[in-house]
Design a protein around this ligand. Sequence first.
Ligand SMILES: Nc1nc2c(c(=O)[nH]1)N[C@H]1C(S)=C(S)[C@@H](COP(=O)(O)O)O[C@H]1N2
Ligand SMILES: [Mo]
Length: 508
Amino acid sequence: MAEFWRPAAAGVASVVAGVGLAELVSAFVVQNGSPVLTVGALLIDLAPAWLKQAVIALFGTGDKAFLIVALAVVVLAGAGLAGWLEFRRPPLGRILIGLGGVIGVVAAVTRAGNGVVDALPSVLAAVVAVLLLGWLIGMLRDTRPTRVAPRGRVSRRRFVGSTAATAAAGAVALVVGQASASGFRGAAAARAAVRLPAPATTAPPIPAGASFDIPGLSPVITPNADFYRIDTALQIPGIDPRDWKLRIHGMVEQEVELTFAQLLALPLEESTTTLTCVSNEVGGDLIGNATWLGYPIRHLLARAKPSAGADMVLSTSQDGWTASTPIEALTDERNAILAVGMNGQPLPLEHGYPVRMVVPGLYGYVSATKWVVSLEVTRFADHTAYWTERGWSERGPVKLSSRIDVPAAGRQVKAGTVAVAGVAWSQHVGVSAVHVRVDDGPWQEATLADAISADTWRQWRYAWEATPGAHTLTVRATDANGKVQTSAVRDVVPDGATGLHSVSVTVV
Ligand SMILES: Nc1nc2c(c(=O)[nH]1)N[C@H]1C(S)=C(S)[C@@H](COP(=O)(O)O)O[C@H]1N2
Ligand SMILES: [Mo]
């Protein structure tokens, strides 16, 4: 076993150095070839719906950090194995590293918008790692005693020092490369320079009665920094707004092209819309409400004149992600927009800068394309979108739901009057009532805050006369059509969770 750890360490050091150098090269020379990010992105694309859901359920918006850590563990284990194999049976270790390089090349060239040059960092990583492994394993062999050199031709210490130096150099290159991914920095600077025009139509003011002042209750407008983030982008697309263009094409009479400057020159409208993820579990936090600034997509589609047979618009992000939206959701009177602003700021990079879609009433995966660059008018029969190819439903209307924010689950509260409060939503329909039940008691009507519009969530509160003991609170919303939120428990796959949110608390 003694001769497992030394060759394994040589393998790890070689691979860290190869990958580190490649990250450095992809930060400064070849933009989109980062082996770590492209292989991670390939894994995301290959992941089935249940796996995506399991990772989001476990790690929430930390799903990407989890992926990177998991990938690192697998790569390092593979590198250790390669070192050991190389020591026992050369050139098996170098062959294993070569195979890893092939995976990197495949991942790099199959990314949307990538070309053959983007394979260079992965090729470089593999070549450098193979050479270093050959060198380190050769040195390790020379530490063994021979007849002419009874204590070995090379000291153990020199092998250990070389291995450590190789690993350290690789780690530094990796960190510097990651920290200076230049496309991203450029986009941040360009965003800082954006001056949004004043809206031609302002959003209806938020009624004073839309917010209750209850600690722990979600604010009615979610600050940008707290807004949930869900997407497949390990590396946020860095788009220079001067290069941004939207193409509207497909089954249209007239193709339309729009630059960022042209978009900003249009009469922009402000609207407040609640966005929700289909992966949001009952009671979950993958939901937020913002005031958006944008231009109605229906006006742009009217310019393009869709053909009669079209029933879907396939929107594509600059990184190749796609969503299929029923065309009527983009042409009817609802506020489906191409958004450029979020709560008075240019869109944050992670929320789709410079331009995204926001469509009231539909889950994000079928409507809210960030970094959007293309709208293809087409038919559901002719095209499928990113998540529909991975087991999620073709249609994704948001389901009526409600959540208890306070008291938080597991809390201890004092007997007497306790404020129970939360939010309820049924985008594009509106919420008309919320009821709360204590244990198996009757449903009691909660007080609703004023609605901003049918497209936003609504706060609610209920004054509970709490008696000592363990209690369970359950919430249920009713929409503007009189439909009551179902208690039937359904999983998020394929088209959104149902069931009622409950929290258990102890009253003392
Ligand atoms: N380009 C791109 N846009 C995307 C996604 C994505 O993976 N890539 N995810 C969608 C999903 S599933 C949701 S729920 C919303 C989330 O938007 P947010 O991150 O701004 O909250 O973005 C949508 N737009
Ligand atoms: Mo989502």
